[in-house]
Write a protein that binds this ligand. Structure first.
Ligand code: NAP
Length: 438
């Protein structure tokens, strides 16, 4: 007889008791009656795996803590993985599935790197693998994409999925401060880690983009398939130039269904700082909030907005998954599994088409604009506008911002290489991509 055939409490094992795990544990311990009503059967938190059982954890009974994670998952109906990282999280999830347990995880890093092998294992075992909190934490996004939009066609997903970088760019835009100063403030306020690399270099958003692209386009997209550029090179001059254009700069995850150079459909997935007009809904997303804009064939445009991090907000999504997976154990059935039937190829970086804003420092001499325009023309790029500033930098160069119509990454790289060789161009200060500008 399997454990779920019995009418006893559903046995829940928690892996991790950090920022998210401790919030989940406290909710499970505080309100078991509510959970029992919502699920249709009582639940019991049977143990919490941690590295250090002696660490102070207010509100968490020490007798629940264990370092024996393997033993814990072997005796559970539902396993909630909130350790993070690749191992031992992956091995423990597979072990739990192997024992017939359903799994809830918030581990974007693991799902982005190796989701398909976990989805396949869950499908073969007939159990749930739920991961609402892995992208944009509290915001219901995974389930709407997997279920509510299952009959529609998603064209594009464009989102602010990293709160730390949104806090930094928003603050830079509002105060004119430099990135390093704002980053230090974000660290003081707890919005950024002591080692901010995963956020600032875009790797956190890259894993989330892989999960979103896989769901949106019914294809397998891994973290390594997502082109990624972070915000570490963004300067206050960049932000000033973007604001002059009537725009904001955001770190966006952009997942699109596109037509490849062979004429067949493909997936483009990328993360990079992006100029968007102030009128775009994503431009209004302030501080550390997240928002995801989904463009579909039938539903039109949808916007999902809310808190993308934090113990309690993330616990909300984890507990929602837990209740759903628990209901399936009680009533039968399973949540949606992986859908990768379309198997679209990934568009190579060189073929990605978008619009660009290229900021130059040029010598103040006759014919400069014509020289620059010729480079763009010969690279096959059509210029939309040229904005020349009067403020000269210390080296006597005048600022010039060129906005282009759509061009490929390859064309822009060629043009930038040639601009660097031009005598009249002193510096190529930045190359930024633009979206949502009519
Ligand atoms: P965290 O604060 O670092 O907590 C990790 C927990 O896992 C700690 O309790 C730690 O034990 C335990 N742990 C780590 N490695 C272990 C091992 N080998 N054996 C046993 N226990 C181990 O992490 P978190 O911020 O809660 O994040 C958890 C997951 O949620 C991650 O996948 C993260 O990406 C995801 N997530 C987090 C947020 C957020 O806002 N924090 C938002 C969305 C998604 P000790 O306490 O003994 O060190």
């Amino acid at each position: 007889m399997s454990r779920t055939d019995s009418q006893g409490a559903l046995r829940i094992a928690l892996l991790g008791c950090g920022t998210v795990g401790s919030s989940v544990a406290r909710r499970l311990l505080d309100g078991p009656e509510d959970f029992a009503q919502r699920i249709g059967r009582p639940i019991e938190l049977v143990g919490i795996a941690v590295r250090d059982v002696d660490k102070a954890r207010p509100g968490i009974p020490t007798e629940l803590l264990t370092t024996d994670a393997e033993g814990l998952v072997a005796d559970a109906d539902l396993v909630v993985e909130l350790m993070g990282g690749l191992e031992p999280a992956r091995a423990l999830i597979l072990r739990a599935i192997g024992h017939g347990a359903s799994v809830v995880t918030a581990n974007k890093q693991l799902l982005g790197a190796d989701g398909p092998s976990l989805y396949e294992a869950a499908s073969a075992a007939g159990v749930d693998l739920q991961y609402e909190a892995a992208v944009a934490a509290a915001i219901p996004l995974i389930r709407p994409m997997r279920e509510s939009l299952a009959g529609d066609h998603v064209r594009r997903v464009m989102g602010i999925v990293n709160g730390t970088t949104n806090f930094i760019l928003d603050k830079m835009s509002r105060t004119g401060a430099d990135l390093q100063d704002v980053l230090a403030e974000a660290q003081e306020l707890g919005y950024a880690e002591a080692d901010p690399t995963a956020d600032v270099e875009g790797h956190d958003a890259q894993a989330k983009a892989a999960i979103l692209a896989s769901l949106a386009f019914h294809s397998r997209v891994g973290t390594d398939d997502v082109t990624c550029e972070g915000i570490s090179q963004i300067t206050s001059d960049d932000i000033r130039a973007v604001r002059k254009m009537g725009c904001e700069l955001k770190l966006l995850a952009i997942c699109e269904r596109v037509v490849g150079s062979d004429g067949n459909p493909a997936v483009s997935a990328r993360v990079h700082p992006t100029i968007i007009p102030r009128s775009h809904p994503l431009a209004t997303v302030r501080e550390a909030f997240n928002a995801v804009f989904v463009e579909t064939e039938l539903a039109g445009d949808l916007m999902f907005y809310g808190q993308g991090a934090g113990g309690d907000p993330t616990a909300s999504a984890v507990l929602g998954d837990l209740v759903q997976a628990a209901r399936h154990r009680v009533l039968g059935g399973r949540g949606a599994g992986e859908s990768a039937y379309a198997a679209l190829p990934i568009l190579p970086l060189s073929d990605i088409r978008t619009r660009y804003a290229i900021r130059l420092g040029v010598k103040d001499e006759p014919g400069v604009l014509a020289f620059v325009a010729t480079v763009f023309g010969e690279s096959g790029i059509s210029i939309e506008s040229m904005l020349q500033g009067i403020r000269r930098s210390d080296d006597g160069l005048a600022p010039l911002t060129i906005s282009t119509h759509e061009a490929t990454e390859q064309q822009v790289n060629d043009a930038v290489a040639r601009l660097r060789d031009l005598n009249s161009v002193g510096t190529v200060a930045s190359v930024l991509r633009m979206e949502g500008i009519e």
